[in-house]
Design a protein around this ligand. Structure first.
Ligand code: SF4
Ligand code: SF4
Length: 181
């Protein structure tokens, strides 16, 4: 079967903890860009990047908002590096029930970094542009999605068989085949 070769662009922001000085410009520009109307206000609580900081320990950790997590973690991890010890939730990117981070302060809606989705597209995400210390570095790479397409195609095929013959008959057939292999 001919497989269509496709790629997708993966966007990444690399964080260099040694370069962040806690200026919080990234929070300011992110919250201003996402204000309605755009740039009408800036409130770090509405930013999709937040600075976890403990100045007396020289800890400045920019964290970008990831996906919402509906439940708290059962276990947590403590990170230590170069004599610095970070809070258990410090590196977590999720909005979750155990903290207010990455929740819109008025509505409680979850905030997710959108890499500054915009029309026309931005040359680079704004937090990266505003970080004068190069603590945030933007990278793009192309990744093959050949396998995803194959799986999509396979799933469609199985779905059509299930629709035609019913789930039980297909499950029985798969069980028979697996006994032979
Ligand atoms: S703009 Fe850069 S240096 Fe300033 S807090 Fe954000 S990541 Fe750190
Ligand atoms: S990439 Fe854009 S949306 Fe994401 S944290 Fe940075 S400024 Fe905010």
């Amino acid at each position: 079967m001919a497989v269509e070769k496709k790629t997708k662009t993966v966007k990444t922001i690399k964080v260099d903890l040694d370069k962040c000085n806690g200026c919080r410009s990234c929070e300011v520009i992110c919250s201003a860009f996402h204000a309605a109307p755009k740039y009408s206000s800036n409130n770090p609580a509405r930013s999709r990047i937040r600075l976890v900081q403990e100045p007396h320990k020289d800890i400045y950790l920019p964290v970008l908002a990831g996906e919402y997590a509906p439940a708290e973690c059962a276990g947590r991890v403590k990170y230590a590096d170069g004599g610095k010890e970070y809070d258990e939730c410090a590196f977590c990117r999720a909005a979750c029930p155990s903290r207010d981070l990455f929740k819109e302060p008025d509505s409680g809606l979850f905030l997710t970094c959108d890499m500054c989705e915009s029309d026309p597209p931005l040359e680079k995400p704004l937090c990266v542009q505003w970080c004068l210390n190069d603590a945030l570095v933007y990278e793009e790479r192309e990744e093959a999605v050949e396998e995803d397409l194959k799986l999509d195609e396979m799933e469609k095929g199985v779905e059509s068989l299930v629709n035609t013959y019913g789930l039980q008959r297909i499950a029985d057939a798969i069980a028979r085949i697996s006994r032979k292999t």
